[in-house]
Ligand binder design. Sequence first.
Ligand code: SF4
Ligand code: SF4
Length: 384
Amino acid sequence: MNRDEKVSATRRSFLAAGMALPAAGLASVRAPGAAFYQAPAALPVRTLGKTGMKVTRLGFGCMITSDPSVISRAVDAGITYFDTARRYQQGNNERMVGAALKGARSRITLSSKSGGKTKTEAMQDLETSLKELGTDHLDIWYMHARDEAAAIPDECLEAWTAAKKEGKIRAIGVSTHNPNNIADRVMQAGIFDVVLVQYNFASGNTIDATLKRFFEAGIGLVGMKVVAPAAGRGRGGAAATPPVPGKPVAALKWVLRNPLIDTIIPSMTDMDQLEANLRAVNEKFGPEDEKLLAALNEEIRPYYCRACHQCDGQCPQGLPVADVIRFASYTDFYGQYSVGRERFLELPERLQKVRCEDCGACAIRCPNGVRVQERLIRAQQLYA
Ligand code: SF4
Ligand code: SF4
């Protein structure tokens, strides 16, 4: 039985047993007294669905990274998957990522994303991405943040298919905060090789059935925002509190114990985070982690949206409630005000002007205990 067959067996067991199985049989990343990063062989590797691409189980989300030396160090440490997007950091992130990965391109899997909704917009984005990243192709090109079927129009399917045919991309992907909502469209389109999903302990098992559906179709699965709810910043306007060591690591291990997830792309901004994640990728999720996350789940309950989307369509003014609460979370959990504001300003102008504080009592009741109106007011106070 080769390694991938073993992964398949583990995955089959997982599917049968639910979330009970921890990651097993993984060597330690750092020997006592060794240098902070290890030889590449120490990191577990997966084949990304039917793409055939081999990626380390720990990838690198570059969205909020501004120090290129952290990315270079990750390459040295053996991480082989790096993700960016055309719009990150107002279009400047790709240039930095390209410079940091110079010389390593042939050894790594590189993805970017386009929010383009027409063929022309998307193709322009792709040309810019290739230029900024200093490469002649992307390994994965994602349709960015497609949370409903209508956000994957036929024109996009044509653009991404053409790019693959021309050899400008190797695999077609889609990124989403709501995989349940786009699953039928993804399956029906039949062109997708990889799906990048928001997945973390706070959302629990709400997307497990969809992950299984994608997995069984041979679609590679990448987890994003895996640590976000454990990032431990100030919430609801409270003074920022530093992240509690241990919580982000436990959150990362929680995701990695799901063998359906091929790789994850936590954001990393400094060497400490990189080091902690390199260690965590080879550690088991244990009872202490479980306890930490259970307590944290209660702590963040009123603030962090679980992305269950049960409130979709309930605001009479048409506010995309889950999205706007997520925008507040960029500041309150990630400490990334500019990302949250950028996303807020992408809303149609009419929705930017909605003021939930003028609404009286909000009729929307979140089954997960999020204080919906309070969080929306927070987002509007932050960004409007
Ligand atoms: S606010 Fe509540 S109901 Fe709405 S998506 Fe978030 S967790 Fe679900
Ligand atoms: S408070 Fe906000 S989300 Fe709730 S109904 Fe009013 S406008 Fe919609």
